[in-house]
Write a protein that binds this ligand. Structure first.
Ligand SMILES: [Mn+2]
Length: 430
């Protein structure tokens, strides 16, 4: 007997991958783990007949001759498959996209760090010219979209977009996908969100705006991650930690979301036994209260401060500056020659203003051209510290609509960071 299985808490990528694998292995039975995400369960309740599945409890392990694993590469992530571990006569095929190396050793299959496991299987179906009907195309696309955040997560690869295009050509239904991927949001979630908003506290750690919000759980709640994601949008924090206390099981659940390149929440939660991706991670800690964990996380973040990229790493120096008594004409010419869009105005060692080409081009009259720049410079200069984070710089530029920030340390001008420095950083060009 051949079986296809996937990881516990099966998500759309997992379901899409097992179903796609069943196209590659028509004789194989699908064995779904007992725990399935709420939105996948809702989808299955309508589509159940299309995908006949076997419970792991019904499985006769000794009859299994081939195991096909999708969207997972570790035995511990599979449900009730331990009797198969270490069996030398078992033929294992593996289709997985997780970049870390696992302990399931396969003779065949496909492993590549693309955005979703479904991508790898869809590529295989396309290659072997195996037809996909619109309903299946819809499910496979839901898998790709879920794991890549509709092709927006940094894990997304060109292969994912190509597979998505192939499925759209195969008439995947975006209306169905929209409904299927919508997070379950009920009255209970609203209650939790309200509680989180009431308890949310904002702090700044290493220049990142970080929020911790607490809530107690009454019984098992699914979809907590989407509530935390909503909270992050509402609070517009760089990093958010949803801290949940499950009193009945005496355990804490930490769900973290980061919108800042400088903070890798999966690395942060690793010491707590958690994991995930740099921008989304979670941890379940038995016997520890959320308050204590919050302190622990704060300390970890403070320690990691030096590892994250600071303004010092991307700023330019030495800085081209002008004097307050230089004429508009002279400053304009010098900026143009150097290709700068602006400069700090220095009175000796003292930063007294900034002037930008944007201000200078408006000054056309001869009397203005010969006037000193101090008459037209901006005097309330927004500056930044070399130890500040990239996201702080970005926030200041957006808030004040400015394109450059003088970097000041102990009253001294040590560099300048411009919009184009940030752009080079975000596009990974430096
Ligand atoms: Mn996946």
């Amino acid at each position: 007997m051949e079986i296809i299985t996937t990881h516990k808490n099966a998500d759309f990528d997992a379901l899409a991958s097992v179903v796609a694998a069943s196209h590659l292995y028509p004789k194989a039975r699908i064995v779904l783990p007992r725990s399935i995400n709420a939105n996948v369960r809702a989808f299955l309740s309508i589509h159940k007949d299309l995908f006949p599945v076997l419970s792991p409890l019904e499985l006769r392990h000794d009859e299994v001759s081939r195991l096909i694993v999708v969207d997972a590469n570790r035995w511990e992530r599979l449900d009730c498959m331990h009797p198969l571990m270490g069996r030398s006569d078992l033929d294992i095929h593996l289709f997985d996209h997780h970049p870390e190396i696992g302990d399931i050793l396969a003779s065949q299959g496909k492993q590549a760090p693309v955005g979703s496991a479904a991508t790898l299987l869809v590529q295989e179906l396309e290659k072997r010219r195996i037809g996909i009907d619109p309903i299946h195309a819809t499910l496979f696309l839901a898998g790709i979209y879920e794991d890549t955040g509709h092709l927006t997560f940094p894990c997304t690869k060109p292969e994912d977009a190509r597979a998505a295009a192939f499925l759209l050509e195969g008439q995947a239904d975006l209306h169905v996908i929209q409904t299927a991927l919508r997070p379950g949001y009920g009255p209970h979630h609203k209650e939790i969100l309200t509680r989180l908003l009431e308890t949310a506290r904002r702090t700044t750690v290493n220049g990142h705006v970080v929020s911790f919000a607490h809530a107690e759980l009454n019984g098992h709640v699914t979809g907590l991650a989407s509530v935390v994601a909503m909270l992050r949008d509402i609070l517009s924090a760089d990093v958010i930690f949803g801290m949940f206390w499950d009193g009945r099981r005496k355990q804490s659940i930490v769900i973290a979301r980061s919108g800042s390149e400088g903070v890798d929440v999966s690395a942060l939660l690793k010491p707590l036994g958690g994991g995930g991706r740099p921008e989304a991670a979670s941890a379940l800690v038995k016997g520890a209260r959320p308050e204590g964990l919050e302190n622990w996380i704060r300390e970890l973040m403070a320690q990691n401060g030096h590892a994250s990229v600071q303004i010092f790493d991307i700023m330019s120096f030495p800085v081209f500056t002008v004097r307050p008594d230089d004429t508009v004409e002279a400053v304009h010419t010098r900026l143009r020659e150097r290709g700068h869009t602006g400069a700090p105005v220095m009175d000796g060692e003292k930063l007294v203003g900034v002037i930008s080409v944007r201000d200078l081009v408006k000054l056309e009259r001869p009397t203005q051209r010969s006037a000193p720049v101090k008459a037209f410079m901006k005097r309330d200069v927004i500056t930044i510290d070399p130890q500040d984070s990239i996201s702080t710089a970005l926030r200041l530029m957006v808030k004040h609509d400015i394109g450059r920030l003088p970097v000041v340390e102990e009253g001294r001008l040590v560099g300048i960071v411009t919009r184009s420095d940030l752009m080079l950083y975000y596009y990974n060009l430096i």
